[in-house]
Design a protein. Structure first.
Length: 90
């Protein structure tokens, strides 16, 4: 299933949502492409989606969930990709 959280993350003068799949990355990539989300918006396990694509995502079948629920379901599906900690130079 495709999941999206509300557009609450401010960045570059816009609000952003996270778009994920709790089924597969293939499902996620196909859904994002159908919305016209560029490949560069993919970040490890989700797409960053601007607020103007929020309603079209819902109209296309994405389920609105809270951010915590989105992360929980992504993790439960084994699709969560955590950031790798960067070591600081000595």
């Amino acid at each position: 299933m495709i999941l999206i959280d509300a557009p609450l993350i401010p960045w570059r003068g816009r609000l952003w949502s996270h778009l994920v799949s709790d089924t597969s990355y293939d499902e996620l990539h196909a859904f994002a492409a159908g919305l016209g989300v560029p490949d560069r918006a993919f970040d490890r396990d989700h797409y960053d989606v601007p607020e103007e694509l929020f309603q079209p995502a819902l109209d296309a079948g994405a389920e609105l969930v809270r951010s915590r629920e989105l992360v929980r379901r992504l993790s439960a599906a084994g699709l969560r990709q955590r950031k790798v900690a960067r070591s600081r130079p000595s």
